[in-house]
Write a protein that binds this ligand. Structure first.
Ligand code: THU
Length: 133
């Protein structure tokens, strides 16, 4: 699938959130990544009764890109389709580190009121850890 603009990516993230397995938090999150080859790859949060075993939408999407043999990712959009998202679906600290690993340069965060904001990876994780010089 090839993308025209951010709206398409946000719409894909919102659709992915519909697939969320979130019976514990009832907080459904979706993520959509635009890869360097122009494809969209999505993920949703998958919770677990052992809460720490839950997987975030961003982690799900990023690992799916890697699993299908791609490495380069340009943009990730994150959306929550539940009311609590009014403040914005910002990636958690762990997901910011995953975004940092693959140098995803743009993060589009959406709110429950239909607003979307664009951030750079450095904005969300300044001085992020890397083994690269
Ligand atoms: N969650 C995500 O999927 N992405 C984030 O960036 C923040 C939190 C999920 C984890 C859990 O399933 C639910 O949202 C509530 O924390």
């Amino acid at each position: 699938m090839h993308v025209e603009n951010d709206d398409v990516l946000v719409a894909a993230a919102r659709r992915a959130a519909e697939q969320a397995y979130a019976p514990y938090s009832n907080f459904r999150v979706g993520a959509a990544i635009l890869t360097a080859s122009g494809e969209i790859v999505t993920g949703c949060n998958v919770e677990n009764s052992a809460y720490g075993s839950s997987i975030c939408a961003e982690a799900n999407a990023i690992t799916s890109v890697i699993a299908q043999g791609e490495r380069a990712m340009a943009t990730i959009a994150v959306a929550c389709i539940d009311a609590e998202s009014v403040g914005g679906a910002y990636p958690c600290g762990n997901c910011r580190q995953l975004i940092n690993e693959f140098r995803i340069g743009r993060i589009i965060v959406t709110t429950g009121v239909g607003e979307s904001r664009s951030h750079s990876d450095a904005e969300l994780l300044p001085y992020g850890f890397t083994l690269e010089p």
